[in-house]
Design a protein around this ligand. Structure first.
Ligand SMILES: Nc1ncnc2c1ncn2[C@@H]1O[C@H](COP(=O)(O)OP(=O)(O)O)[C@@H](O)[C@H]1O
Ligand SMILES: [Mg+2]
Length: 209
């Protein structure tokens, strides 16, 4: 609990230095967090933070959106005018489901397409943020590219195994014993060389009365 809230805060932190696109199938980023809606006419060059609520097969829409951002980013790369962009995937398993959790036919092909881009994204200044309750349901190829983590309390065994595999046994125990709205932050995205345990804020940080 608290994933979307911290994700929204991450968007605020990133947006001054990166164009942020949140892909959200829940409607929450617009309705609850008041984010401005992305449309085709906005394109991928306007600074700020945008929420894209694609209709249709989510894995397909994600692949197409990522492809558009990559096309722009790779042309900038050629001309040496790299712009930072971030694509945040809320409920990432909707956009990048692991093969045995795909809903529609061909979804796996779209996920594979997205993952090919994700693998090359860094050199083009494109970052990804994946939000999910469970690691098991997200494409392993996409997960394998993650470098930094904000881990909230979980008792889900496969997620705990994932944490243990990537970060070690000590983390598994810490994560399992976190309190509500606490998280462990680890990785190069954080300006600390050691993992830190944080208490998460509300969003907005000062509750509106
Ligand atoms: N740090 C926090 N302190 C207190 N309440 C919080 C905090 N973060 C989130 N909440 C509340 O908990 C509920 C669930 O948060 P949310 O971010 O939507 O969780 P998730 O996305 O994991 O389902 C919301 O009502 C939210 O306002
Ligand atoms: Mg949520």
């Amino acid at each position: 609990m608290g994933k979307s809230t911290i994700a929204r805060r991450v968007i605020d932190i990133m947006a001054p230095n990166s164009i942020v696109f949140a892909l959200d199938g829940t409607g929450e980023y617009r309705s609850r967090f008041g984010m401005q809606l992305w449309t085709d006419s906005v394109g991928v060059n306007q600074p700020g933070a945008w929420v894209h609520e694609p209709a249709g097969v989510q894995a397909q829409k994600a692949a197409e959106f990522i492809e558009g951002a990559m096309a722009q980013a790779s042309s900038e790369y050629m001309t040496g005018t790299r712009v930072s962009r971030t694509i945040l995937l809320e409920e990432a398993h909707s956009f990048l489901p692991e093969w045995n959790f795909t809903a529609a036919r061909n979804e796996g092909d779209f996920v594979a397409r997205s993952c090919r881009y994700i693998l090359q994204a860094r050199k083009f200044g494109l970052s990804f943020v994946l939000i999910s309750q469970r690691t098991a349901v997200i494409s392993k190829s996409a997960l394998s590219q993650c470098e930094s983590y904000i881990v909230l309390r979980t008792i889900d065994e496969t997620s705990l195994q994932y944490v243990e595999g990537v970060l070690g046994q000590g983390f598994r125990d810490t994560v399992a014993s976190l309190e509500r709205f606490q998280a462990v932050c680890v990785g190069p995205a954080f300006n600390t060389s050691t993992p830190v345990l944080v208490n998460l804020d509300h969003y907005p940080m000062t509750p509106v009365n």
